[in-house]
Each structure stands twice: as C-alpha cells, then as structure tokens.
Ligand binder design. Sequence first.
Ligand SMILES: NC(=O)N[C@@H](CC(=O)O)C(=O)O
Ligand SMILES: [Zn+2]
Ligand SMILES: [Zn+2]
Length: 454
Amino acid sequence: MSTTYLLKGATLPDGSGADILIADGRIVSTTRGTDAAGAVVVDAAGLVALPGLVDLHTHLREPGFEQSETVLTGTRAAAAGGFTSVFAMANTMPVSDTAGVVEQVQSLGDAAGYATVRPIGAVTIGLAGERLSEIGAMAQSRAAVRVFSDDGKCVHDSLLMRRALEYVKTFDGVIAQHAQDPRLTENAQMNEGALSSELGLKGWPAVAEESIIARDVLLAEHVGARLHVCHLSTAGSVDVIRWAKARGIQVTAEATPHHLLLTEDLIRSYDARYKVNPPLRRDEDVQALREGVADGTIDIVATDHAPHPRESKESEWDAASFGMVGLESALPVVQTALVDTGLLGWNDVARVLSTTPARIGRLNGHSHSFEEGAPANITLVDPADRSSFTLDRLAGKSQNTPFDGVTLSGRVRWTFHHGFPTLRDGELAPVEEAAEHARDLAFGLAREGVPARG
Ligand SMILES: NC(=O)N[C@@H](CC(=O)O)C(=O)O
Ligand SMILES: [Zn+2]
Ligand SMILES: [Zn+2]
C-alpha cells in the first residue's frame, strides 16, 4: 500500500502555485485548494517543484570499485541531490561492455529503490579503443541500453567512431564522447596556459577537446547519427557545437556544475580536490559555458559525479586521481551560477536537469511532467536557502567535493521517486523502506505491463 501525499503550496517551474496530490506513485492532481483526507501533507510553501532530476553522467563505480561508491550509495547520493534517474557510466571493473554487466548494474539499481538506474554501455571492449563492444546485445538486453560511452577515455580512432555511430543509429541510440585527444594530453595535469607554466604542471590544451568535437560532429553529420558531447569545458567547444547545430547536425552537449562555477586559479593551492578531467579552465571559458547553457547551445547540465577514495586525493598533485563528486551539490551550483545570475529561470532548470537529459537518454516511461497520471518523480527545492556547503551533505561513499565550505544558493528538501519519498525534508529514506518501494514498483510495473526499463 503506497502512501498518499499532498505537497501543499508548491510553486511549479512556470511560477504557478500548485497543491500536488500523489497516490499510487502517480500525480493525481495539481489543482490549488485540494484537500485529501488521509494524505500526508508536506508543507511546500516557498518550495519550487521540479520534475525529478535526471543525470546523464554518473559514475556509480560498481562493479569493481566499491570502495569509492556502489549502486546503492551512489543512488542515495542521487536522491539527496534531487535526482530520480541516473545514467551509470561504463568505466567499471569489469567494464560495462557486455549484456551481462549492464544487466547486473540495472538489477542493482532496480533493487535499491532510490532512483531509476540506466546503465551506459562501453563503446569499445574494455575501453581499450580497439574493437567495438557488443553494442547490439547491450541494446537488446533487459537493460535496453541507449547511451554508449568510453567516458574516462576518448574514442580516438576515427573509423571506430564512425562504426559506433552507424551502429547506434539503427536503434536510435547515442554515442556520448569524452572529447580528449590522447596524444595532445599525455600526462596532462591541468589547463594549458600561463598558470600551468607558472605552477610547473603539464598542460591540457583546449584544442585537445575542440579538435575531437569538430571531428565528431562531422562524423555524426556524415553518418546521420546522434552524438552527445560530455563535459564541455572551453569557449571554443561551445563555438564548435553552436556551428554544428546551425548546420543541423544531431549533436547535444553537456556542461558540469563545476565547470560552470570554478576556474583553474584554485589549483594554486595544489589541492587535488580541484583535479578533474577535463580540467578547470579560465574565467572566459566559464562565462562562455554559462552563455552556452543560457542560449541552448549546451543542452544539459550533467554532474560527472566521480567518487574517489581519500587516499587517491591526498597524494601529490601529479599522482592524484581525476574527478569530483557532484550529485548533492548540482542543484545548488546550478542555482548559484545560472539562476541567481539571471541566465536561467526554473523552467529552464527543469529542462537542463530533467526533461532534456531524459530525452537524450531515451528514458521512456519515466515522465517528468506534472500532468495528471504521470509518474510522481518530483524534487522540491528551497530556493531561499543560502548556506555553506558542508561534507555532511554528501550521502555517497566518497567526499571529494570542491564545494566544501563554499556558499551556495538553493537546497533540495524532498525527492519523490514514483511517489516514494527518497528524501524527506533533507533526510534520506531508510535502506529497507527504499528496497520495499523497489519491490512494489517492480510488481506494479509488471502488473501494468509497463516495461520496467526505458
Ligand atoms: N571526470 C573525471 O575526472 N573522472 C572520471 C572520468 C571522466 O569523466 O572522464 C572518473 O571516472 O573518475
Ligand atoms: Zn569524461
Ligand atoms: Zn565521467
């Protein structure tokens, strides 16, 4: 038996007021003045209701790197950050390059109950960049994979990239490219420029990203397939995507929260919390990325949540791992960088953090609208909160955030996944309750004949 909830006095993304009534995992109505006997009332006055957030780029680390994160802990972090769906990157151990591994990740997500998990399949076997993985088998598996990526590595071989695009085109899939020319970035440690010379760290030039994107959009045009570009970090990359879109090429692009707020100057501290791939860039790049999101050149914000254990971040700069956790801080960073600056309204936030990533990943059957009858995937945000981001707000296994002690606006208070509150006024649902929700959901979807996937 699922509980009925009434989210009283919420503000929808378009600014209108709503009392959102949820029953049996679905939105029953959003009419103001609704009263429902027996419903648990959530005081949503002053809170913005967003469609459940969707992250197209999450590293859940399982199987293989469970000391950093697991599907369970990573989806708890997702719920804490307002996410109701995450796409799990393929750089696991073993790599998610077979139907067996993607089905395993899918099952772990289905059982945990904190968010919908959609596995991403590797483009090449073992991410080695030499031979295509079993893309068709992953697409046809129970996990119904639609997004393929060697993220962490670039699909550098042009012929392989062409073949991969041709392959996914047959089932409306997409290749998500980590755009990094490997030869131009051997041993690279930070953005290439005056500061890398000053600090004595090997540079990662902007052209190593931009040249791969330029090649890939031309390949996508030639093949007529969908390309998605991960974590754009330079002003030049925004220009290339803008050009490609004007030409009608089917390309989408993402920016991470950290690239929208932070610059390379932080690296003066040699604190490896700021070490990430692609690297933090210059202020001009941050401004260009923000403008790119505002004008739609950049379609989505994706976290690139990349957990790493303490040891691998406490070593000297050159030896430390690349990556930052990001699920719990994403919404506050987006509000701070894009909403407070007047670049985006809440409707746009709903678009870049929910509706569009869902569409790019072909996340069907997981509606993100507030229409009656839609699955109740909802995030309640307190936009008036302005506070120092602290480590106790992290719900995953790793603590490698660059935002510790940074003042940010906006705080996620409630997250509903198919009508189940995974986050309750800032508190995560207990593991056993989420697992029970997962069982109910699997049973309910099976009974309705709705494929649990997609
Ligand atoms: N972003 C990172 O710095 N690291 C990611 C890999 C990646 O997204 O390229 C990771 O898996 O740790
Ligand atoms: Zn990457
Ligand atoms: Zn990544």
